[in-house]
Unconditional design. Structure first.
Length: 394
């Protein structure tokens, strides 16, 4: 059965179908492990009353080998139809070839929020002294900024025409090497800013989070990132005046480079982060490193208006270890936890996070994490999943 959106809430049947993309590289290993963990938690939490039917849809290298298409229309239609889906990592060539499949999925479905919660699990060894102070939720704008793909390659006729427009029509004189430059355009809109900041504030209020911080480089990019800051603050003052007045909501801003330093020095000062696309990419990866690495970082792409949500492993395809049963499935498992929370199946979500933390405290983890744990016992991908399942069902 399918999820439906009615007014401001999701209608989630007890028996539902979730479309998924297996993913490239290690995707073939971590996806079935993640699904098995979710199935065990749902069965344990609800005694068979609820269940998920997993529907594979093609994308990436596997799809290209089978169909010659890296992102078939049927896959986009499945995510539109079923509202909620999940995916493993997908390969994107660097410097040439196809645009990012991840970016295409986000833009086509208008998944304007990239949601990245970052927290520390007991037992995980961190490079920082007090990782328990890191507890942030990043709202990264997903559809604007330089990730829109509005670019022209150096030496092409298009780049030449764009250069002529800048110099002749707009009077631009500050391009250092104009004839050998590539160009990109960075759109940041009032509407894009407002819907992201609105979602971040609503999340903070609904989850008892103490503050929302707008992170930007408005001191340099005054009309794009500066606009993000101005429009976001204006939205807060206009739509959440009561919450600001009674202290239920605090909205502040910080320059991006200062924020990156502050996350190491005083991470406890930040809770919910609203930021632009490129900043959010850097921020979420740095915070993930502070709590154990990208392998522990879950993520989701959400349109809170339509209800569409696509949860994902946030790391790459890791082709160098694919097929060796050593990949860490934690990112995809924790993204599945986010999916369960989004569906309102919070009891199953709690079972998984509790079991994972119990395993980490006992030194049970895949090799990338266990090697740093005192007395750590490295487990293969499948064995780690089986250990989590035993802790859930035992």
């Amino acid at each position: 059965m399918k999820i439906k959106k009615e007014a401001n809430r999701l209608l989630v049947p007890d028996r539902l179908t979730i479309p998924y993309i297996e993913g490239d590289g290690v995707g073939a290993e971590i996806t079935p492990v993640s699904q098995a963990v979710v199935d065990a938690a749902v069965a344990k939490a609800y005694g068979g009353r609820r269940s998920i039917a997993w529907k594979e849809v093609p994308a990436g290298g596997k799809s290209f080998a089978q169909t010659g298409d890296r992102l078939p229309g049927e896959t986009l239609e499945a995510f539109r139809e079923y509202l909620v889906g999940i995916k493993g990592p997908l390969t994107t060539p660097v410097g040439e070839g196809i645009r990012s499949l991840n970016v295409t999925l986000r833009r086509t479905l208008d998944l304007y929020v990239c949601l990245r919660p970052v927290r520390w699990f007991r037992g995980i060894v961190s490079p920082v002294k007090e990782p328990q102070k890191v507890d942030m939720v990043i709202f990264r704008e997903n559809t604007e900024d330089i990730y829109t793909g509005i670019e022209w390659q150096q030496g092409t006729p298009e780049a030449g025409r764009f250069l002529q427009f800048l110099t002749r029509e707009m009077g631009v004189t500050g391009i250092r090497f104009p004839q050998t430059s590539s160009f990109g355009v960075k759109p940041v809109s009032v509407e894009g800013t407002e819907r992201l900041v609105r979602a971040a504030i609503r999340y903070a209020l609904a989850n008892g989070r103490p503050s929302v911080t707008l992170v930007h480089k408005g001191n340099i990019m005054k009309f794009t990132e500066g606009g993000f800051k101005r429009w976001g603050c204006a939205l807060a003052e206009r739509e959440f005046a009561r919450e600001l007045a009674d202290g239920a909501l605090v909205v502040k801003d910080v320059i991006a480079d200062a924020f990156l330093q502050n996350t190491l020095l005083t991470p406890e000062k930040y809770s919910v982060i609203a930021t632009l696309n490129l900043n959010g990419d850097y921020i979420s990866d740095q915070l993930a490193a502070m709590v154990g690495g990208i392998g522990m970082a879950p993520g989701a792409n959400i349109n809170y208006d339509s209800g569409h949500a696509l949860f994902e492993a946030t790391h790459g395809t890791a082709p160098d270890i694919a097929g060796q049963d050593v990949a860490n499935p934690s990112s995809l498992i924790l993204s599945s936890v986010m999916m369960l929370d989004y569906l309102g199946w919070k009891e199953a979500a709690v079972l998984i996070t509790r079991a994972m933390e119990q395993a980490f405290v006992c030194g049970e983890a895949t090799g990338d994490l266990a090697r740093f744990m005192p007395g750590g016992r490295p487990l293969g991908t499948r064995a780690f999943g089986e250990r989590i399942i035993r802790r859930i069902t035992g």
